[in-house]
Each structure stands twice: as structure tokens, then as C-alpha cells.
Design a protein. Structure first.
Length: 132
């Protein structure tokens, strides 16, 4: 569990280092949940599925996780803009950030919604990430 928390922290750092994204959401990419009353736009990142794969060699375990990032904004246009920037950054990406090596990222899907009670648009996208 501690390793996954570190992976999410490293992924968050990598995303926020991209100026197109940080210009939109600043540092408002929250692990697990946003604080009440968070300034929009913002995003929340969660691991929604996890699996460890034994590589049968000295490199140890590979992890294959499903990660969901949900973007919240006042307009659907802003949701799509942030989504497009994140997709450009993360689609088929291979990178090392901090102590985590991201060996494969794969875009799975993107869905949008409007929360009427909160008067907020949201867009959720799912990534499959292999990391060690």
C-alpha cells in the first residue's frame, strides 16, 4: 500500500510539472478526494484497481494498476481542455519520476457528467499503468 501511495505522489508530481496542466489547475490535483469547497477547476486521482506481477528475475515485482483521474470544472469546455492536456502527456508515456518507473501507460476511457446538485461538470478518465 505504501508503494502505491508513493506511485500516486510521483504521478501527481509528473502531471503538475507540465505547465499546460498546472496553468489550469495549479496544484489542485488531489489524491483520493478534494477538500470541501476546493477552487475549480481541480482534479482527483485514485487507484481503482491493482495487480502485482512477479517478473521471475532480480528486478522484483511489476505493478499494473488502473488509475482514475476525475476533473471538476465550471464548464464542460474546461473539463475537455484539461483532459486533452493530460491525455497528451500520459498516453503511451514511459518515464521515471522520483523513485517510480512508469514503463507503460494506456488510455482506457473518458466519460463526462454534470452534477446538478453541486452545479459542476466532471470528466473521469481511466488509465492502465505498469510501474515498478
Amino acid at each position: 500500500k505504501v508503494f502505491r501511495i508513493k506511485m500516486i505522489a510521483d504521478l501527481r508530481t509528473y502531471i503538475l510539472a507540465n505547465s499546460a496542466i498546472s496553468d489550469e489547475i495549479d496544484t489542485r490535483l488531489y489524491p483520493t478526494r478534494a477538500p470541501q469547497g476546493a477552487t475549480k477547476p481541480y482534479a482527483v486521482i485514485n487507484t481503482v484497481g491493482e495487480r502485482s506481477v512477479d517478473t521471475h528475475n532480480d528486478s522484483g515485482l511489476l505493478h499494473e494498476d488502473t488509475v482514475e483521474i476525475v476533473i471538476y470544472a465550471d464548464t464542460i469546455t474546461k473539463v475537455y481542455e484539461i483532459h486533452d492536456d493530460m491525455r497528451s502527456l500520459l498516453s503511451n508515456a514511459k518515464f521515471t519520476q522520483g523513485s517510480t518507473t512508469f514503463s507503460k501507460t494506456r488510455w482506457i476511457r473518458f466519460d463526462t457528467d454534470y452534477e446538478e446538485s453541486a452545479e459542476i461538470f466532471e470528466g473521469a478518465f481511466t488509465l492502465e499503468i505498469m510501474w515498478s
